[in-house]
Write a protein that binds this ligand. Structure first.
Ligand SMILES: [Zn+2]
Length: 124
């Protein structure tokens, strides 16, 4: 499916460890909540540095919001260490991915496709 026929409709999230995707889902146009509490028992079984939290931002908004920064700091404290916390913007010429803090990650292509599918819909 060509990107040109798709449009951004909502933010989306994905949480992964080195073993695979722990959770993924849809948010709203400019907001998405990571379901930390729902997956806490699983999350805390991993060393923080093996965890990766990525969310989709609307195109042309590749900056971390104040809420993102607060969320990152609180989660770092709760997990007891640093992890990869990133955002991705899908744009016509490709995508922009950024990470906050000292860890970054390379997402497998299928994770990017999943995030794109969760955040976009085909143009009518
Ligand atoms: Zn954000």
């Amino acid at each position: 499916m060509a990107y040109q026929n798709m449009k951004f409709v909502r933010e989306a999230f994905l949480i992964r460890s080195g073993n695979g995707v722990i959770a993924s889902g849809k948010g709203e146009y400019a907001k998405v909540d990571f379901p930390f509490e729902e997956h806490w028992e699983v999350l805390k079984t991993f060393p923080p540095e093996e965890l990766c939290f990525v969310h989709v931002h609307p195109p042309s908004f590749p900056e971390f919001s104040r809420m993102d920064q607060t969320c990152y700091k609180a989660l770092k404290r709760a997990l007891g260490g640093d992890f990869a916390f990133g955002l991705v913007c899908f744009q016509e010429e490709g995508f922009v991915m950024r990470f906050i803090g000292s860890h970054s990650a390379v997402l497998p292509a299928e994770d990017l496709e999943l995030l794109k599918a969760l955040s976009q819909e085909e143009k009518p």
